[in-house]
Design a protein around this ligand. Structure first.
Ligand code: MN
Length: 738
């Protein structure tokens, strides 16, 4: 036990709390401090006996999360309160009603959202996907849920060091899989880079440390270089009366790492290790002109690379990012990226969503461009239209997060933003679901292209449609946007549904003409006859013309044949005949090999080195490629195997059928179909340690009834057999009788 100085800890908690209040001060309105204090007190009390894995008091965590919300995302009082209380409902006796009473509905809803989604990313469970979807649903209610969740995750990643290794890997991977892209999508670049860096730190510690070390080592050289590089720019900007700051920042560890990996180069050869950022203090109406003016100054001194000009000012990225990027050649022959932006743009770039909203009201109408609103609307419509599985949804959603955008235009010049790699078909669905569904091709910049055409920035796209067109399965491979995917899936489902309805009508008509009724029993027989899994599958195939309705006629003929046959079966009630049949199936009465602790029957093969036969003393050996091999204990290889690979050795023993103990009776009822008797006998003969004494089967008017008497050695085996019999298609009930 570590000795804890309670008083010292209390002081530290208060110190952190005061820091939070200090940071929040500029955004607080009258009365806010009192509410925050209340939330803090409740959280402190609720978590008082809890500690984090690191041994620190638990309250540090909600305090840090609240601080991240204020300092790094720029959120206000409601979020601070919610962050302070975010783990309270889940971990303590406090209920949501208590929160609502004390802090109102808004805070309660946010905490509800945070509570539902905690533990979201338990790997391998579809619960994870369901919860993720739930989390996104709250996006349309209140995006603060996700922002606080990101703050929560960031703090957890920062304190990951005290977690056990397997947890570290799990949490880090989840972060990389969903949270970092989510942060990116919400424009929180600083948080996104930190999450990525922390991911690398815990998953490839060596590479991480190496890069950090090299960044530090090259610092003084870099600072000197930056100083020389910016000097003429600084002078000129000052001369022209600009208010500005210039920063030279190294790129994130992770981005350097991925560049090294992608291009297969060492650290020393990564040319753009850092970027120069010029931030202007500029009035809103002059922003654009000012930025381009600065661009002009920069390129007066250094030659720009024409392929690396990015104008995110005229066309902001869909997460709200605005900036003007250029890469220029320095006098020492090194490429340097220069980012030009205003303070407002910088704020948005670093704090993303929250900052975006702060400035939004000031923006001139119509200037908002492809913003977060559009994205949130898109997510919402995805959630509404998607009725597939949650996992499918999550993959689609994640697919959308990872893509960068491509900017294209409608014939009238309207801008559309699509994920990078989008096709003409994606564009068509972006215009309208109907346009997408009827799309047969497109005209891109006046040239005819197929629906699979990959769009490029600046393309002007006109979609060509035909009323005869219909979405097909392979369209799913031609699109990348979640919207198009969801719409195509919808259309395919709808198509399937209507084909099923049509098919049912066709079948009904056909049966009627053959003077047969569409009973569930008959449908079951038809399904079995055409060897399909469900009745709907049968209707669907008829509806689509895959099954020719005339072949239903051959079913009728078959059924009539069956009838006469089933009379024959009825006659063969002779027990011995069936026992004989079973024996034929099962082969001669030989001994069985039982393997493992439960003495189960599993696949095995006999080793060639010692050719074991029933009765031998044997053991099983788990090989890498060939499953379980059976050796005699006296095999020449036995010693080596048993002594060196003890963990791969499993028990095995021959058993004779004489061990069979008691007699049991089973009654089976089901709907008859071709091959049912055969399937039943197969199941019984496959069941080891079961010896059939007699079997009788009746089949009449489609109903199958059988009684079986058999020897089993215990009830476990009998139950096993019953459950296997229950799985036979058409079997409705299996019961024991004495
Ligand atoms: Mn938490």
């Amino acid at each position: 036990m570590i000795q804890v100085d309670v008083e010292e800890e209390r002081q530290e908690i208060l110190k952190r709390y005061r820091r939070l209040l200090r940071q929040a001060k500029p955004v607080l309105k009258s009365g806010d401090t009192k509410l925050i204090k209340k939330a803090f007190t409740i959280s402190l009390e609720a978590h008082k006996d809890m500690r984090r894995k690191s041994g620190e008091p638990y309250i540090y965590h909600p305090l840090e999360v609240a601080l991240i919300c204020v300092e790094e995302i720029g959120l206000g009082t409601t979020s601070i309160i919610s962050a302070l209380l975010h783990d309270v409902v889940e971990d303590t006796d406090l209920e949501l009603e208590d929160i609502e009473r004390d802090f109102g509905t808004k805070v309660m809803t946010i905490i509800d959202g945070l509570t539902k989604i905690s533990g979201v990313f338990d790997y391998g469970s579809s619960q994870q996907a369901e919860n993720f979807r739930k989390m996104l649903l709250t996006l349309s209610d209140d995006v603060r849920v996700i922002l606080i969740k990101l703050a929560d995750r960031l703090n957890n990643m920062r304190t990951l060091g005290s977690m056990p290794r397997n947890k570290q890997l799990k949490i880090a991977s989840e972060t990389m899989y969903l949270y970092a892209p989510l942060a990116h999508r919400l424009g929180l670049y600083a948080i996104k880079s930190e999450l990525e860096d922390l991911y690398l730190k815990y998953t490839d510690t060596e590479a991480y440390k190496d890069i950090v070390k090299k960044i530090n080592e090259s610092r003084s050289y870099r600072n000197k270089f930056i100083k020389t590089f910016i000097q003429p720019i600084e002078e000129e900007l000052t001369r022209q009366g600009f208010k500005f700051t210039i920063k030279g920042r190294p790129k994130s560890v992770y981005s350097i790492f991925s560049k090294m990996k992608k291009q297969g180069i060492p650290f020393e050869e990564v040319f753009d290790l850092f970027a120069i950022r010029i931030i202007l203090d500029s009035a809103l109406e002059n922003e654009k002109a000012d930025c381009w003016q600065v661009y002009s100054i920069v390129t007066d001194f250094y030659r720009p690379n024409p392929n690396r000009l990015r104008d995110w000012i005229s066309t902001p990225r869909s997460n709200g990012y605005e900036s003007l990027h250029t890469t220029v050649m320095s006098t020492t022959g090194q490429w340097v990226e220069v980012q030009i932006r205003t303070e407002r743009m910088n704020d948005i770039a670093e704090r993303g969503y929250a900052a975006h909203w702060k400035y939004k009201e000031k923006e001139t109408p119509g200037k908002s461009g492809p913003g977060l609103d559009d994205w949130i609307n898109q997510v919402r419509s995805m959630l509404e239209s998607n009725d597939g599985s949650a996992i499918e949804f999550m993959d689609d959603f994640r697919g959308n997060l990872f893509h960068d955008e491509v900017f294209v235009f409608t014939p009238k010049g309207d801008l559309k933003v699509l994920p990078n790699g989008a096709s003409a078909l994606d564009f068509a669905f972006e215009i309208h679901t109907e346009v997408g569904a009827k799309c047969i091709g497109a005209k891109v910049n006046q040239r005819l292209v197929p629906i699979s055409y990959k769009l490029k920035n600046g393309d002007q796209v006109e979609i060509l449609t035909s009323n005869k067109q219909k979405p097909t399965e392979d369209w799913l491979q031609q699109v990348v946007s979640s919207r198009a995917k969801a719409k195509i899936k919808d259309a395919l489902r709808e198509e399937k549904r209507s084909a099923t309805v049509d098919g049912r009508e066709i079948v009904q008509r056909k049966l009627k003409s053959m003077k047969m009724d569409l009973t569930s029993e008959l449908i079951e027989q038809l399904r079995a006859y055409f060897d399909l899994k469900t009745a709907n599958e049968f209707y669907y195939r008829v509806g689509r013309g895959i099954i020719d309705p005339t072949s239903i006629k051959s079913f009728k003929e078959f059924k009539e044949q069956q009838k006469s046959k089933s009379k024959v079966v009825e006659k063969v009630k002779d027990e011995s005949t069936f026992t004989k049949e079973i024996k034929n199936l099962k082969g001669p009465d030989h001994d069985q090999l039982l393997i493992g602790e439960d003495m189960d029957v599993v696949d095995y093969s006999l080793s060639k080195c010692c050719n074991p036969i029933p009765g031998d003393e044997v053991f099983g050996f788990v090989t890498i490629n060939e499953g379980i091999k059976i050796h005699r204990t006296s095999c020449p290889n036995a010693l080596e195997l048993l002594s060196n690979h003890g963990n791969r050795v499993i028990k095995a023993r021959w058993t004779s059928q004489k061990e069979i103990a008691f007699l049991a009776g089973l009654r089976i009822i089901g709907t008859d179909r071709v091959g049912l008797v055969n399937d039943v006998t197969k199941v019984i003969s496959n069941e080891l340690k079961v010896n059939m004494r007699s079997i009788t089967i009746d089949s009449d008017a489609g109903i199958f009834e059988g009684t079986i008497k058999l020897y089993v050695n215990n009830t476990e085996h009998l139950e096993h057999l019953i459950s296997n019999l229950n799985q036979v298609e058409g079997i409705l009930k299996v019961s024991r009788f004495d």
